[in-house]
Structure formats: structure tokens, C-alpha cells
Design a protein around this ligand. Sequence first.
Ligand SMILES: [Mg+2]
Length: 140
Amino acid sequence: MRTKRPILLVEDDGVDAITVSRALKEIHVTNKLVHTANGEEAIEYLTNTNNILPAIILLDLRMPKMNGIEFLSLRKEDPRISLIPVVVLTTSDEEKDRIDSFRLGVAGYMEKPVDYIQFVEVIRTINLYWTLSELPELND
Ligand SMILES: [Mg+2]
């Protein structure tokens, strides 16, 4: 990505988190990957003003404590973090999840491919899109 800001991954599945990390390395993305295991941890990270705000948030939906949809509702209420684009990365193919996610302002919704090569292509596409996108300045 053009920005040096980190990428925030909100994901409870350790294997999926490793896959995202591996895919980012494979396509030579050097931005730091910050991993939080659920929505609650992600909100904690984002509201702690000692942390650098991420360029984008990759969000799983099915997570304990605070799931992705609950996270999106809270994010929408916070003007500081609502500017950060969120891309859902999920195994859910439920229409309700897509509707709720887009109502709550996600920038994209991707199903996690089971196949690693396809997973890399999804991450490559997300990276390219957000490299080309013009984004508002964030105030950490
Ligand atoms: Mg999950």
C-alpha cells in the first residue's frame, strides 16, 4: 500500500490469521499487520490514541465476544474510526450478513477462499484496490 499505516485484521481463527499474514508477505506488502481476535479487541486498539490508526480493516464476521456486525455498528458511531475502510473477509455466504454489512458501511465483502492460491488473489486484489484509492487523512 502507498501508506505506511498498518493493516488491522480482526479474526478469531488463528489459521486464517496466519494465511492472511502469509499472503500479504507473498505479494510483498510491507505494512505492519496488527491482529486482534474479535471486535472488542479491535475497538480497544482503535480507540487507544497511542496506536496508529490502520489504513484498512479486514474483518471476519463470526467471532466470540463481539462479532463483526456488532463491531461495524460501534465503528459507525465513532467519527474518528468510521473513516477507515472495512473489507469483510468471511466464510459466511448468508444474504443477511451481506445486507447488514453494507448497511453499516463496509467497502467490500469477500468470501474467504478455501484454496490458498485463490486466497492470495483476494488479498492481492484488496491491496491493489486500496493502493489506488484516494482516502481522507486520518487523525491519530
Ligand atoms: Mg471466525
